[in-house]
Design a binder for this molecule. Structure first.
Ligand SMILES: [Zn+2]
Length: 111
């Protein structure tokens, strides 16, 4: 995963690191943050996805842990703050399809 991130670094612009779920531990997040900073990246953000079921519960997986219903909407950051993807412009929605998502909790920060 680290080599993949290095290949995406574009200096003088923000690096969005798309993670599919929250970090599992503080140490995992701290290690990733320090590794990125050690590579000279000074402007970056971790970008997540939050799903919503029809009962308006928020969660990270495909099915709601509160009611068991599937996700019906996904929120993520386009510029600065989280918005529902289905409200994005056609061009921005197309860009979303190109995004790569890091499975942090399957491989860990060292993968
Ligand atoms: Zn629910």
């Amino acid at each position: 995963m680290k080599n993949y991130i290095l290949n995406l670094i574009i200096y003088k612009s923000i690096l969005h690191i798309n993670v599919d779920a929250p970090f599992t531990t503080f140490e995992q997040a701290w290690e990733m943050l320090n590794w990125i900073a050690s590579k000279g990246v000074t402007y970056f953000a971790f970008n997540g996805k939050i799903n919503q079921c029809e009962e308006f519960h928020g969660f990270y997986s495909d099915y709601c842990p509160a009611c068991g219903k599937p996700k019906v909407r996904t929120f993520t950051r386009s510029v600065g703050y989280y918005t529902p993807i289905d409200t994005w412009s056609t061009d921005r929605a197309a860009e979303f399809q190109l995004r790569k998502w890091m499975p942090l909790n399957e491989k860990g920060a060292n993968a």
